[in-house]
Design a protein. Sequence first.
Length: 300
Amino acid sequence: MTVTQLKERSMLGLKELNKAEIEGILDRAAYWENHPSKVHSHMAGKFAANMFFENSTRTRFSFEVAEKRLGAEVINFSAAASSVQKGESIYDTVRTLESMGIDVGIIRLKPIGVLAELAEKIKVPLINAGDGNNEHPTQALLDMYTIRKHFGSSLQGLNVSIIGDILHSRVARSNLYGLRKMGANVSFCAPDNMRAMELDAPYIPIEEAIQSDVVMMLRVQLERHESGMLNSAESYREQFGMTAERASRMNSHAIIMHPAPVNRNVEIDDELVEHPQSRIFPQMENGVPVRMAVVERALS
């Protein structure tokens, strides 16, 4: 297999995909969601390694369920229990698993840029499960899949507002790249010290943001309160949170989204998490067929 073919099967980010490729993944996810069988032999005999050098619960479980539903053999790797803690490099760990015969690697990393370097050296397809503050492509794909299920197959002209810590958000970046390619209008809403000015999207006030078709809340990293970036959880909720009062002023057709985990009563009020306009738990549910489509693409 050529390097070009390998990269086409990898999923490093949405910045490098075109609209047709994104639509193909979403269409395949719909196939898997509507398939009557829960477990398939589609990828029997293939080995998938979930290599998480950064803690995760939802993303890792979602990938594992997706892989097992496809019939793949699954290897779970946690950096907390590995020789990486003893000084082994990330590259050496991934290269070791490659040498043992894995067919695809799903990787979550804190350092930016390491994944791209790995992809140049490793000969199996790699899937980005969260890359520092860079991208989280499968989260954005499941977000687009969720939006598509509500509004229809075309996202052309939809107004999407992403609210929260844009500066540190890989979810915001992947959604910006993906939604733009699908024809949606993306706006950001964030405190001044949480803006990523290198990203080409307008910043709008919260009252304008909640009038969008899709209002996507980002998780507040409460540890930033200790560093001074966040004054307090209470003041953040007051200025940028999806409160019940703000939700009452949303358009009736609009939906509320959140990548989870949710800080209830900070970025979104507790009573709104399972509100009729909320898609937070459906997003998690949609993650499985979307990741089935991504893993299948890598192993095909």
